[in-house]
Design a protein around this ligand. Structure first.
Ligand code: BG6
Ligand code: MG
Length: 218
C-alpha cells in the first residue's frame, strides 16, 4: 500500500538538469578539460563534489582549487536559474502533485541540491509538498539511500510504502537501496533499473502509476 511519493527535483519537476550541465561545461571549458553532453550523462543526479571529481579525473588539484571550482560552477548555476518561474515546471508536474494531495498521498522533495529550496520557491511549489529534503539534509549523497529514507521518515511512512520519481541512475540506485518503489523518468539506458520506466510525467495520473507498479510486481 503506497502512502507517499518522493520527487527528485532537477530533471523531474523542472529541467534544471540542463542548467547544471551548462554550468559544468563552462567551468570545464575555462579549465581546458575535455567535457561534453555525453560525458555529462555520468553526472546526472550526482552531488556537486562527486561531479567535479568525475570531470577532473586524474588531474591534480589542491583542496583550495577544488573548493574554488565548486563555488564557481555554483555561481554559474545560480545565474542560470535566476529567471526560472512556474512556466519552467515540466508538463504533468502540477497536475500530479494536485492529484496526490486529493488522494491523500503524502509528497516530498528529495533533491541532492543545495539550491533546491530556491528552485522550489521560484517554481512556486515549495508549499505544495509535505516535506523538503535537499543537499543540506544528509551526509551521504545519492546513490546512498539516506536522503530518501530521511524523506520517508519525515512523511511518517515506511520505505516500502514510498515511491521515488527519478531521472538519474544514481537516484534509482538510491531508491532501490532504500527498499522503495522506483519510477524512472527518461530513457531505459539511464533509468532502466527502476520498477517502472516512463518518458516523463506528462499525462501521468496517480491511477496510471498504481497500475504500472502492480504490473511490475506481477
Ligand atoms: C542534483 C543534480 O539534484 O543536485 C546534480 O541532479 C547536482 O546535477 C546536485 O550536482 C547538487 O546540486 P548543487 O545545486 O548543490 O550543486
Ligand atoms: Mg535529477
Amino acid at each position: 500500500d503506497i502512502r507517499g511519493v518522493i520527487f527528485d527535483l532537477d530533471g523531474v519537476l523542472t529541467d534544471t538538469a540542463e542548467y547544471h550541465y551548462l554550468a559544468w561545461q563552462k567551468l570545464a571549458d575555462e579549465e581546458g578539460i575535455p567535457f561534453n553532453r555525453q560525458a555529462n550523462e555520468a553526472l546526472r543526479g550526482v552531488s556537486r563534489r562527486a561531479s567535479l571529481m568525475l570531470i577532473i579525473g586524474d588531474r591534480q588539484y589542491s583542496e583550495a582549487q577544488i573548493q574554488e571550482m565548486m563555488e564557481r560552477k555554483n555561481r554559474y548555476y545560480v545565474e542560470l536559474i535566476q529567471n526560472i518561474s512556474s512556466k519552467d515546471l515540466l508538463p504533468g508536474a502540477i497536475a500530479l502533485l494536485d492529484e496526490l494531495k486529493q488522494a491523500g498521498i503524502k509528497t516530498a522533495i528529495g533533491s541532492g541540491s543545495k539550491n533546491a529550496r530556491t528552485v522550489l520557491e521560484k517554481l512556486g511549489i515549495a508549499d505544495k509538498v509535505d516535506a523538503i529534503l535537499d543537499g543540506y539534509s544528509v551526509q551521504q549523497p545519492k546513490p546512498a539511500p539516506d536522503l530518501f529514507l530521511h524523506a520517508a521518515k519525515q512523511l511518517g511512512i515506511e520505505p516500502k510504502q514510498s515511491v521515488v520519481m527519478e531521472d538519474a541512475a544514481a537516484g534509482i540506485e538510491a531508491a532501490l537501496a532504500g527498499g522503495m518503489w522506483a519510477i524512472g523518468l527518461g530513457p531505459v539506458e539511464r533509468v532502466g533499473a527502476a520498477h517502472v520506466v516512463l518518458p516523463s510525467l506528462k499525462g501521468i495520473t496517480w491511477t496510471d502509476i498504481q497500475a504500472k507498479l502492480n504490473e511490475a510486481v506481477r
